[in-house]
Design a binder for this molecule. Structure first.
Ligand SMILES: NC(=O)c1ccc[n+]([C@@H]2O[C@H](COP(=O)([O-])OP(=O)(O)OC[C@H]3O[C@@H](n4cnc5c(N)ncnc54)[C@H](OP(=O)(O)O)[C@@H]3O)[C@@H](O)[C@H]2O)c1
Length: 424
């Protein structure tokens, strides 16, 4: 009987789970593809490390996989930029389709990799690179072609959502919540990529590129993480009935697009407000669908492996170049300046307790045509003036905040967080 032979680049958390699940689900896979799927080899750095691999499976010789004509598709689950990028290019040049779980590689070198896939007539699939087990890439590429998706908002980093959930539910400081995330294995020893929003920026760059058919690169995505977030703002927001979440957003307005990552306030009835702990969720909005929300585990070896295997089976089950990877399909779109975005804002000013301060803050806002919806004054380290604005231009809000920061009574840099409203 014939069989499909695949290769793995990497046999770590995800790679070993792919191998195990392929074995455990052999019958279901054969039902779908019509033939067994066999792992012909797996590339590692150090084959002497103890792991559950059959004899002869592991190799340190990339050429063994690249030059094996019986291997038709390879899953890249090793991570990193180089030599991974070179390996993928060489595999595609050798006529093999590839599947990747590597968000940073796709977000930085997607253009080059997709062009090579197009040139060689092979497939490049990457479901596991965004939100692990949530099939958001497949939904955007294959199910939503005529839905006119114009906005994506997502909680796409489980580590930061876990930290924010702890800050709200247990009143932990950022540092204590981060420590707990590390103890539970949610956060890496070096959590920089997660907490600065860089990880989320790569993921939203990938989603924006698929949704709007234009190349959005990760270095274009302005990202503000939760590392500078003060527990006091989480508490003030909570008192006003809002949840603070790290939101990755991308939108198309006319012929312009933008993508960003920022801590945002979410109204209690916003679908993303209830996403707790290490879960991920993505909300897609389109002219003919209103909204579609996908929620689920955004990380984990087995969870991620299910998406890698879904891609492998999709490659095996389809022929030609698959969906939407023709490079000519992508177009150049103008970048929408973040200053032009419009939403309500949460503003917090720490000021001296003096008469007339509130009036001067209101004046600075009015000078930029920012209108106030609600004001609350808290006594803390100095006085906190917390303001919810009506919908306003982001550039105007930031200009007003800068003006207040320049006044003598300001004690610290103002905090300005966008408020996500469902109708945006
Ligand atoms: N883990 C998750 O929850 C998750 C979720 C979504 C996406 N991902 C993505 O999936 C990919 C793999 O993640 P992982 O957690 O499975 O990583 P991992 O446990 O560190 O495994 C990486 C594997 O790749 C091999 N490898 C790395 N660099 C290599 C090189 N230069 N040459 C040969 N082999 C090399 C390693 O070999 P040795 O074993 O010999 O060191 C190891 O087997 C990454 O791109 C990650 O971002 C992971």
């Amino acid at each position: 009987m014939s069989e499909t032979r695949i290769g793995l680049l990497g046999f770590g958390t995800v790679g070993s789970a792919v191998h195990r699940l392929l074995g455990e689900s052999a019958e279901a896979i054969e039902r779908v593809t019509g033939e067994p799927v066999v792992v012909a080899g797996a590339l590692v750095r150090d084959p002497s490390r103890r792991r559950p691999a059959p004899d002869g499976l592991l190799t340190t010789d990339f050429a063994r996989l690249r030059d094996d004509p019986s291997i038709s598709v390879v899953a890249e689950v090793m991570g990193g930029i180089e030599p991974t990028r070179t390996y993928l290019l060489e595999l595609m040049a050798a006529g093999k389709s590839v599947v990747s779980a590597n968000k940073q590689l796709l977000a930085r070198h997607g253009e080059e990799l997709f062009a090579e896939a197009e040139r060689r007539g092979v497939q490049l699939r990457f479901e596991a690179s965004v939100c692990a087990a949530i099939p958001v890439v497949k939904v955007l590429r294959e199910s939503m072609i005529v839905t006119g998706v114009h906005r994506i908002d997502g909680i796409v980093n489980g580590t930061t959502n876990f930290i924010l959930t702890r800050m709200v539910s247990a009143g932990d400081t950022y540092a204590a919540a981060l420590h707990e995330a590390q103890e539970l294995g949610y956060a890496e020893a070096d959590p920089t990529e997660d907490v600065t929003g860089a990880d989320a920026a790569a993921k939203i760059a990938i989603l924006a590129s698929i949704a709007f058919h234009t190349r959005v690169r990760t270095d274009e995505v302005e990202h503000v993480g939760i590392d500078g977030l003060d527990l006091v703002d989480v508490r003030h927001a909570s008192a006003l009935g809002y949840q603070v979440k790290l939101i990755a957003s991308a939108m198309q307005v006319g012929d312009a697009v933008c993508a960003r990552v920022h801590p945002c306030l979410l109204d209690a009835d916003h679908p993303l407000a209830s996403v707790q702990g290490a879960f991920n969720a993505v909300m897609l909005r389109g002219s003919s669908i209103r909204e579609v929300i996908l929620e689920g585990p955004g990380a984990g070896g087995e969870e991620t492996a299910t998406a890698v295997i879904g891609d492998l089976l999709a490659v095996i089950g389809t022929s030609g170049t698959g969906f939407l990877q023709h490079d000519g399909y992508y177009r150049e779109l103008r970048r929408l300046p973040l200053d032009e975005l419009r939403s309500p804002f949460y503003l917090r000013f720490e000021v001296d307790d003096e008469p007339g301060v509130l009036a001067q803050v209101a004046q600075a806002l009015a000078a930029e045509s920012v209108s106030v919806a609600q004001v609350v004054q808290h006594s803390g380290r100095g006085v906190h003036i917390v303001i919810l604005t009506h919908t306003a231009r982001e550039g105007s809000v930031r200009a007003a905040a800068r003006a207040v920061a320049g006044l003598g009574f300001s004690r610290s840099a103002p905090v300005a967080l966008p408020v996500l409203v469902r109708s945006a």
